[in-house]
Write a protein that binds this ligand. Structure first.
Ligand code: KG4
Ligand code: ZN
Length: 345
């Protein structure tokens, strides 16, 4: 079985060819990003992202086919992200998939982007045992789900306000860091003290599996204001203290990580799972990955922790094709519609 995957939900345009054997093998996974454009504007302007999707879509598909030495008539199905995401961006992938489906008479498998992030764990990996808890942490989402088997996903909880990645990005703005700030905060945090600022761990002790990160932003904002006032009251010019940014980065990163880990391990214990799956851009954070391993051992959890390789944590089409291989529910192209508000069922 050979699947062509397409992913265009936000600012990455990606096409991948996956071969499904015992475990899905990547034959190609091409990702083009319009990120430099969004760094200039300090965040994503949906219109700009959609225009770049149009520019990148065909060259990216051509490259993915060429690298995998596959021709369109050879593929068995097309997997495409149909939501959630930015409507303009989603439409480019969905309409491209529908056109290819019509011309080459290939079935389409519409894939939920969030489920795609979970399936990044199944690329080149057949070790995942069920039941599993999956934590999806991206720029737009923070969700905990229980997966009893392929195709059976129960939503346990999610963020009530900002997503974890969104918190990193908004806090980055307060610190004058470029977008997206998550990877930069991770780098700066290495030089800081995670205990320097006692930032809150919102909802860490609540009985549910919900998250809330917007209060952290306010706490950081207060620290920034206090810092500015302290600097203003000083008479010497060189009041800038690099350690401030390092320490805020380390402290806020740790606060986010502590909450994510606490809630996920609580869910893992409650449902006696065999695997914990991480996914989404924030799962590329090495401190998060390391702390997960450390804490799981500390709590003597039997569950094995899986993190996709970092290039499969951020948006890519290989994860979409992998989700399609394990959930092979082909539909006629006329039935596929982009849904920006799509969530877990
Ligand atoms: O999954 P993704 O590529 O796109 C969405 O579906 O949203 O996630 C992007 C998010 C951004 O908010 C970015 O700041 C965050 O993931 N991110 C990170 C790291 N790498 C990306 N956050 C923390 N540490 C990282 N290393
Ligand atoms: Zn994503």
């Amino acid at each position: 079985m050979v699947i062509l995957g397409l992913e265009t939900s936000c600012d990455e345009t990606s096409a991948a060819v996956l071969e499904g054997k015992e475990k899905p093998i990547i034959l190609s996974n091409i990702v083009a990003t319009s990120l430099p454009l969004h760094t200039k504007t300090g965040g994503i302007i949906p219109e700009n992202a959609a225009r770049q999707q149009v520019n990148f879509m065909i060259p990216v598909i051509e490259k993915a086919l060429k690298e995998s030495r596959t021709k369109l008539p050879d593929i068995d199905a097309i997997a495409v992200t149909y939501g959630p995401g930015l409507i303009g961006s989603l439409l480019v992938g969905v309409e491209t998939a529908k056109t290819l489906s019509y011309v080459f008479k290939k079935p389409i498998i519409p894939i939920n982007h969030l489920i795609g992030h979970i399936y990044a764990n199944f690329v080149d990996n057949s070790e995942v045992a069920f039941p599993a808890i999956a934590l999806v942490v991206s720029g737009g989402h923070t969700d905990l789900v229980l997966m009893r088997q392929h195709g059976s996903i129960e939503w346990l909880g999610g963020t009530r306000d900002d997503a974890a990645g969104e918190a990193f990005d908004k806090i980055g703005r307060l610190l004058n860091l470029p977008y997206p700030a998550g990877p930069i905060i991770e780098k700066l945090a290495k030089k800081g003290n995670p205990k320097a600022f006692p930032f809150p761990r919102p909802l860490i002790d609540s009985q549910d599996f919900d998250f809330s990160f917007s209060g952290l932003k306010t706490a950081v904002f207060r620290s920034v204001i206090l810092r500015q006032k302290a600097e203003e009251s000083r008479s010497f010019a060189n009041a800038q203290d690099d350690n401030f940014v390092y320490n805020v980065s380390a402290s806020v990163q740790q606060a986010i990580i502590d909450v994510l880990i606490s809630k996920t391990l609580k869910a893992a214990k409650k449902y006696k799972v065999k695997s914990i799956l991480l996914g989404g851009g924030v799962a590329a954070n090495q401190k998060l990955r390391d702390d997960f391993e450390l804490n799981a051992k500390r709590y003597l959890l039997d569950a094995e922790i899986f993190c996709p390789p970092k290039n499969l944590c951020t948006d890519n089409a290989a994860m979409i094709a992998a989700a399609a291989l394990y959930n092979f529910n082909p539909v006629h192209f006329s039935k596929v519609t982009a849904n920006p508000q799509l969530y877990f069922d």
